[in-house]
Write a protein of this length. Structure first.
Ligand SMILES: [Zn+2]
Length: 354
């Protein structure tokens, strides 16, 4: 077959076809094998790769370190993760963690570099991510380092509103969008204020292709209840749209395995299907049919949501329904979607009984 004919697919030659098929299959097997790799503090991950056996390994080992790029690393200590970046003079850490994990994190970082931690960023004010910042302050003091602590204006406000027992930031990044530099690295920080908490941020390490955005979504899984306590679905979707705009390959949500752009797409597909299935359910099962003046309104409203979720589940792709958490979370997500549609899109979702 001439090159021209091959390109245009005008001829069918069984041997050439078989060879191409075998090559395509072995390439796909290789790609599958490479999708998960044992953790390595030395070998950087390829985009899309995850840590093999992560869910068990993070409880079996004191910590897991995975090199992401030349200078950026993912570090898991049991249930929580941080990101760190090794500069020429010091280390920048995104989230000090909590619950006796900070000391372990410091030990883990010391296995990769002799440089001291010179800067800390708070992703948001929730104490499971920043509760042990004082451990980093003490370590810096011991090393003769004046530790920079960077946080958004919104995180400072939350720390002060609750009187949180953590060191105050020494540098403030503007909201909803700001940035800071660490040696040669620029970090952009986005704090939309409507996803997860009023101060949940997305930190983007420019040029590294790394995003640190705790409590957004665990890669490969459904979002937690109420989309991990987002103010509304739009808040969650706005941050997904932000991820789409940024040029990154590695995502750290602070709890799960390393995420990819495909994982962000998975979240948007889930929301699109959830929205379509909920809208179809609203058509088929009008709220008015469930109103029962002899019962408390919360009870017949919840019955309605349960029935609607049953119907909506049938519209969802098996890649979502087969997840072990699906049945635990789906009714909550349908309710959240109904609330979002009725609050923000249509005043006719909850009409009066006929
Ligand atoms: Zn949080």
């Amino acid at each position: 077959m001439t090159r021209d004919r091959w390109q245009r697919g005008l001829a069918f030659e069984p041997l050439a076809f078989l060879t191409a098929l075998v090559m395509a299959c072995s390439a796909s097997v290789a790609a599958q094998e490479a999708a998960e790799v044992p953790p390595s503090a030395v070998k950087a991950l390829a985009p899309g790769q995850k840590i093999a056996g992560y869910d068990a390994l993070r409880f079996e080992q004191p910590y897991i370190i995975q090199r992401l790029t030349e200078r950026a690393y993912f570090l898991a200590v049991e249930t929580n993760n941080l990101t760190f970046y090794v500069g020429d003079e010091g280390v920048l850490v995104f989230d000090p963690l909590s619950g006796r994990r900070a000391a372990i994190a410091l030990q883990a970082i010391a296995t990769v570099t002799d440089l001291p931690v010179t800067a800390l960023m708070y992703s948001h004010s929730h104490l499971d991510h920043i509760g042990e910042a004082s451990v980093f302050v003490a370590a810096a003091k011991k090393n003769g380092v004046n530790l920079r602590i960077i946080a958004s204006q919104a995180t400072l406000a939350e720390i002060e509103r609750h009187g949180k027992p953590v060191p105050r930031p020494t540098e403030i990044v503007a909201t909803p969008e700001g940035e800071f530099t660490f040696e040669e690295l620029t970090v952009k920080v986005f704090t939309n204020g409507t996803r997860h908490s009023v101060d949940a941020s997305t930190a983007y390490l420019l040029g590294e292709g790394v995003v640190h955005a705790p409590d957004f979504f665990v890669p490969g899984h459904l979002p937690f209840e109420n989309f991990d306590f987002s103010l509304d679905i739009k808040g969650f979707e706005d941050d997904l749209a932000l991820l789409k705009r940024l040029d990154w390959q590695f995502f750290n949500d602070g709890h799960g395995n390393i995420g990819s752009r495909q994982d962000a797409l998975f979240q948007q597909e889930y929301i699109d299907q959830l929205r379509a299935a909920t809208l179809a359910g609203l058509q088929a099962l009008p709220f008015a049919d469930f109103i029962d003046p002899t019962r408390h309104p919360d009870l017949y409203s919840l019955d309605w949501v349960a029935k609607l979720a049953e119907a909506a589940k049938k519209e969802m792709d098996p890649k979502f329904t087969r997840l072990e958490e699906f049945d635990y979370l789906f009714k909550n997500h349908v309710m959240f979607m109904i609330v979002n549609i009725s609050y923000h899109q249509s005043g006719m979702v909850v009409p009066q009984a006929e």
